[in-house]
Design a protein around this ligand. Structure first.
Ligand code: ZN
Length: 383
């Protein structure tokens, strides 16, 4: 458990004119996105037992940077984590993190952020990290003036032709949930603590997955799910360490199988994640299984009466997320605290559905760790 300086980029008086974008006559302030993501990161960190120090109140007026860093230094925090969105030209997209160039601990933290971004299936800007130095555009106050290791994250380009949809558009809800987990996973790994009490970096993955009997068919459909923890996946058809881009744990997988391809002596599935990015994973049934004939469709809550003994309305299966869904304390994704996360494909006792606030697909009411919890409607399916 740690004391964390959580720094939301900019206050609510910074746009217009400065920090944000305008599109088709509508204003999209950066602080609004930073605060939405920051709120999720904050409650997810708190659910892992950390103490949070905030130099900038969520959605409050802008606090000068020197006031913020003085607070973090006075409070003797273990790390400072700053949340922003980037701006550039429409062709530039991707996520990245800044660290002060002489601090190896900050650098390690920044690299862990970039790794988790890639694992979640999102792109990085360059390799996802930038050294922050005096005398250049990277000379960032937050990185320079903090005593503790510090990272400033740029969570996509507000101006980017691809990123806009994630940061402000139709994909914002899922993006914020995914990125909140990216942030907390990076911080937990850096602290040497587990994520949700289970994702401790432990078992080495099978280093040379040997696919078993190849099937005759070269086309496949449905989703592929890992049977083991830490199963490697690749950015091209390869078994080589250098092409590994991430790992999936048991029960986690990819929603779309494109086809099966022969790689060396074995086979891999060419798969897509929910963002449409393409990866390769072993097709050996010792390591993976194919579930269903098509990707799970997001469904609206419409619970039926059920005789199941799990919850009043049976069970809820987590679908339509990249990795895991966030369980909230009340049916309002912008104003609730997070109770934890539930991995895709797993099930929970379901009580029913409620309309709630700030979700066009409503919310599922579930039992979670002996409490009532709420999951965004499109991330669950009654089973
Ligand atoms: Zn910013």
């Amino acid at each position: 458990m740690a004391k964390i300086g959580l720094d939301y980029g900019h206050g609510n008086n910074t746009f217009p004119p400065d920090k944000g974008v305008s599109k088709n006559g509508k204003n999209y302030p950066e602080y609004d996105f930073n605060a939405k993501l920051g709120r999720k990161v904050k409650s997810l960190l708190k659910s892992h037992g950390h103490t949070i120090v905030e130099g900038q109140p969520l959605n409050g007026r802008d606090v000068p940077l020197i006031t913020r860093t003085n607070l973090y230094n006075r409070e003797n925090v273990d790390l400072v984590w700053s949340i922003h969105a980037n701006a550039g030209t429409p062709g530039v997209n991707g996520r990245c993190s800044f660290y002060w160039h002489t601090s190896s601990k900050s650098k390690d933290l920044a690299f862990k952020y970039a790794e988790e971004v890639k694992k979640a299936g999102y792109s990085t800007h360059g390799n996802g990290t930038h050294a922050s130095k005096r005398g250049s555009w990277t000379n960032l106050h937050i990185c320079r003036e903090t005593t503790a290791p510090a990272v400033l994250t740029e969570n996509g380009f507000m101006t980017g032709s691809k990123d806009f949809d994630l940061v402000f558009g139709a994909k914002q809800d899922q993006y914020i949930d995914d990125m909140a987990q990216v942030h907390v996973k990076a911080i937990q790994r850096w602290l040497g603590e587990s994520f949700n009490g289970k994702e401790k970096p432990s078992k080495p993955a099978p280093s040379n997955p040997k696919p078993s009997k190849p099937q005759t068919s070269t086309s496949a459909s449905g989703r592929v799910e890992s049977k083991v923890n830490g199963l490697r996946f690749y950015n091209k058809p390869s078994w080589s360490d250098k092409d590994v881009v991430g790992r999936v744990d048991k029960g986690i997988g990819f929603p779309t199988i494109v086809k099966k391809v022969k790689v060396g002596k074995g086979n891999q599935y060419q798969v897509k994640n929910s963002k449409g990015s393409t990866f390769y994973i072993t097709a050996a049934d010792k390591y993976v299984k194919v579930v269903g004939g098509s990707a799970p469709k997001a469904s609206k809550p419409a619970p039926k009466k059920s005789t199941s003994n799990s919850g009043k309305a049976g069970k809820l299966k987590i679908v339509g997320v990249s990795n895991a869904a966030i369980v909230m304390s009340k049916p309002d994704r912008n104003n609730s605290s997070n109770l934890g996360t539930v991995n895709k494909g797993s099930t929970l006792p379901l009580n029913g559905s409620v309309r709630g606030k700030n979700s066009s697909s409503g919310y599922w009411e579930v039992k979670y760790k002996g409490k009532l919890g709420y999951i965004t409607g499109k991330y669950g399916k009654q089973v």
